[in-house]
Design a protein around this ligand. Structure first.
Ligand code: PLP
Length: 842
């Protein structure tokens, strides 16, 4: 690939490799080349952390000087050689998986948070996708990610002197972003076309290199597009449903077409959230074309290798599009596919209207994704339950416990979140390449003394305090006439004071105002002379979220109270860069979402590697991770059924939070020995670092996706040949015809030797008995847990065609607790996802 066309400058011949280094986002987590960027242009590097921008803004004279500088040359050549070694090294995947993922994984997501210098994300979902991709690179996994290049991305935040959130949308100049135009083998800039009503929308393709993985990005800002279409990829998450649908068409349809145009044939497609569900339909269309087949066969063939991950906690969180809007937009795309708009909408409708093209039902993108996928998963153990509950309406007559949603708990890309100090400590304790191979589950740091660990914490806190002061100064802290300058500028923050951090989206369910439920009690903690507390806050409220904005206003007003004495600071424009600084320096990270609304939550995982401790609602990942040794939980042991929603619950949780702070957290931090070292606090830090860092890493998460999903799914996909897919389809069309006539009769129980035997007669109307499973179900009760026991076929019933006797023995319970049911059985399919037919006796 030549870079000339995308680089506004040329480099001295001997430094040409800098292009390669600057365009690999590995510099966001691997700091080997930092000194090169600093040498080129220290000011730009410190201000933006964007190596590509540094390379493009450094003066020609400076470059010529460095090209002649032997010591720079040497460091540069070392880095270049190290980079080549990294790109070609053996990896976990090449060693352990023997290329069993075939042509690899296509990963789709609406947003990617890789670096603050590539602002294509709004929050947790994007940061997770970014961390996934970085860990996939570490492990050598063949992943190609697909996303959108937003001209403006998510809004940038400032806060006015009276606490009002201001929103700005600065333009992302693509030539200054660490990406390059994607070129084909003829060196042409790759473009993709997606049919829209009455026109074709042209998309330009870009590439971000993320270590060994690629992130391909599409944008619609092609001068040949209509003005309105050029703005399709302008902002992320605007409220306009029409624009949202346009974006999802560009991402899903355009994204899959892009892969195809590049000649890629991914073995599996992983959707991170349902926004990109149209990719699965486009994937089926491609298959249909390749095999000269019809849509339903294509769907049956491809879905085995589609994985859908959901992060949503409420049904209202799914994208819904209205029938008329869909019909308008999808018609040109669906032309000549043998699939009408009505049939497509049925795949994502709670109440299908049998392909009726005039029906007015809308489409739920999560349901479409589900109906196109072979497996689905939530992102924590609690979230699996939540997902089963919100998907239950899509599986009529199936109990929530049987809804086929799995879970993989999220993790963070540890090397992206460690501090220089913690990096040094971990390297000493556990070795250099520890984050690239499967993480040792335990690394107890026995070689590190309490004093060293405490010194690490103190240095990190000190760096945080100076960062906060710099930030506050750039927030014009001096210009607020109403406030005390020293307080507003963070000059009253203290390097040795217990520092609590809270940063996340300011939205109702995250309860960023929980500490404000009792302002007087909070002030007592902040103002304590001998055991004070200081708090750093950050977070954006969605532009339409009035309540979220109101909470920001209340915090700003609180921070300005004279009796708060500058101990609470609000950092504007929360992004990856801010997050990075906060999670390195805080002693305690606070998270208090309303149970069970936090699908997983990841910010708390980022403090683990740095010896920060978590004080969090017992929800999401913390409900799995928490024990008394590693941190503090609000309302520990809460189960999913404890739906938290009332304001009394908020008050009770706030009281519990204050109790924990007053009785455990604050006394624990200040409980120091003669040498000034808080031994018990450090014990907790050791437990948290040792027990949790590896487990809540993206390294573990990605390997779990590979072992439990990608590998078995790709295996199953190989078995779905065109012939098998067609056969499955025909067989199930046949079964559907018979299904309404299936019947149970003669359900009987008998007791013997402490066991209970149940038998039931089943009429199958000619369906092959091998395709049917009969099960005896007892729901959980005071008699015992839920059980599902297979009933074995004993013999056909003589004298009545298509009837069979089934039987099983179970532990005794009142007979009325047991009910038989009948479902399809087929090891070729993922059931009941691919066929939710079920018949209960009652
Ligand atoms: C980690 C992170 C998030 C997600 O944090 P949650 O705890 O899941 O809310 C959001 N935004 C940024 C910038 C992050 O770094």
């Amino acid at each position: 690939m030549t870079l000339a066309a995308c680089t506004p400058r040329s480099l001295p011949e001997s430094l040409n490799g800098l292009f390669e280094l600057a365009l690999d986002l590995r510099w966001t987590w691997h700091h080997g080349s930092d000194e090169l960027w600093r040498a080129l242009d220290e000011e730009t590097w410190e201000a933006t952390g964007n190596a590509w921008l540094v390379l493009n803004s450094v003066s020609g004279d400076r470059l010529e000087d460095l090209a002649q500088d032997p010591s720079f040359q040497q460091r540069y050549l070392e880095q270049l050689a190290a980079h080549h070694r990294f790109v070609h090294a053996d990896t976990w995947y090449s060693d352990e998986c023997a290329s069993n993922l075939g042509e690899g994984i296509a990963y789709f997501c609406m947003e990617y948070g890789l670096s603050e210098s590539l602002p294509l994300y709004s929050g947790g979902l994007g940061v997770l996708a970014g961390d996934y991709l970085k860990a996939a690179s570490d492990l050598g996994l063949p992943v190609t990610a697909v996303g959108l290049l937003y001209q403006q991305g998510y809004f940038r935040q400032a806060i006015s002197t009276d606490g009002e959130q201001l929103e700005f949308y600065p333009y992302n100049d693509p030539t200054m972003l660490p990406i390059s135009p994607l070129r084909d083998s003829d060196d042409q800039w790759v473009r993709v076309v997606v049919p829209f009503p009455g026109r074709h929308v042209r998309l330009r393709a870009w590439k971000a290199q993320v270590g060994r993985c690629e992130l391909l990005l599409l944008d619609s800002n092609d001068p040949r597009n209509e003005p309105g279409d050029r703005g399709i990829t302008s902002e992320l998450y605007t409220g306009d449903p029409e624009k949202r649908l346009q974006q999802e068409m560009v991402l899903g349809i355009g994204g899959w077409r892009l892969l195809r145009q590049l000649g890629r044939r991914p073995s599996l497609c992983h959707l991170n959230e349902g926004h990109c569900a149209l990719a699965l339909v486009e994937r089926a269309f491609s298959w249909q074309e390749d095999h000269n087949s019809d849509f339903q066969t294509a769907r049956t063939a491809t879905r085995a290798t589609n994985l859908f991950t959901t992060h949503t906690s409420v049904a209202a969180g799914f994208d819904h599009f209205s029938g008329p809007l869909l019909r308008l937009y999808l018609a040109p795309w669906l032309e000549n596919r043998g699939l009408s708009a009505g049939q497509l909408i049925d795949l994502g409708s709670e109440h299908p209207s049998a392909g009726n093209d005039a029906g007015d039902q809308g489409l739920n993108m999560a349901l479409l994704a589900l109906n196109m996928s072979g497996r689905i998963n939530g992102v924590s153990r609690i979230h699996q339950k939540v997902t089963q509950t919100i998907f239950q309406p899509f599986f009529p007559r199936w109990p929530a416990d049987d809804i086929p949603a799995d879970y993989v708990t999220n993790g963070v890309h540890t090397p992206s979140w460690d501090s220089p100090e913690s990096d040094a400590i971990w390297t000493r304790a556990c070795g250099q390449d520890r984050w690239r191979r499967p993480l040792q589950v335990s690394c107890p740091m026995t070689a590190i003394s309490d004093e060293e660990l405490w010194e690490m914490r103190r240095l990190q806190r000190k760096r945080l305090v100076s960062y906060l002061r710099r930030r506050l100064s750039s927030q014009h802290c001096e210009q607020n006439p109403a406030s005390n300058r020293a307080a507003a500028c963070g000059l009253l923050l203290d390097n040795e004071t217990l520092t609590l951090g809270f940063a996340r989206r300011f939205t109702d369910y995250k309860r960023p105002d929980l500490l404000l439920k009792d302002p007087e009690r909070l002030i007592r903690l902040l103002a304590s002379r001998d055991r004070p507390l200081q708090i750093v806050l950050a977070g954006k409220a969605h532009p339409y979220d009035r309540r979220g904005k109101d909470i920001i206003r209340r915090w700003k007003a609180f921070a300005q109270r004279p009796d708060v004495e500058g101990k609470v600071v609000f950092i504007e424009d929360y992004d990856l860069g801010v997050a990075n600084q906060l999670i390195q320096g805080v002693d305690v990270w606070l998270n208090c979402p309303r149970h069970p609304w936090e699908a997983c939550g990841t910010s708390g995982m980022k403090v683990l590697v740095n010896g920060g401790l978590n004080l969090s609602q017992y929800d999401g990942w913390w409900a799995e991770a928490w024990n008394r040794d590693v941190g503090w939980a609000i309302h520990p042991g809460a189960v999913f059924e404890d739906l938290h929603s009332s304001s009394e619950d908020d008050l009770a949780d706030a009281r519990e939070l204050f109790d924990l702070l007053e009785q455990q957290v604050i006394p624990g931090f200040y409980d120091v020995d003669q040498q000034g070292v808080p031994r018990r606090w450090l014990q907790r830090i050791r437990a948290s670092m040792d027990q949790l860092t590896a487990v809540y890493s993206a390294n573990r998460m990605v390997r779990e996706y590979v072992d439990r999903f990608y590998l078995p799914m790709v295996e199953q996909g190989k078995a779905r040949s065109p012939a098998t897919a067609a056969e499955i389809l025909t067989q199930y069309q046949e079964i559907r015809k018979h299904w309404p006539r299936l019947r149970f009769s003669a359900f009987n129980a008998s007791q013997s030797e402490g066991r209970q035997t149940f038998s039931v007669e089943v009429y199958l109307d000619g369906i092959d008995e091998q395709r049917i499973a009969v099960e005896l179900v007892a729901e959980a009760s005071e008699q015992g847990p839920r059980t599902v026991t297979p009933m074995a076929m004993q013999h056909p019933l003589s004298g009545s065609a298509h009837s069979f006797l089934y039987e099983c023995s179970v532990p005794p319970r009142p007979a009325g607790h047991y009910t038989p049911r009948l479902r399809v059985r087929d090891e070729r399919l993922n059931l009941p996802l691919e066929n939710p037919a079920v018949l209960w006796l009652r």
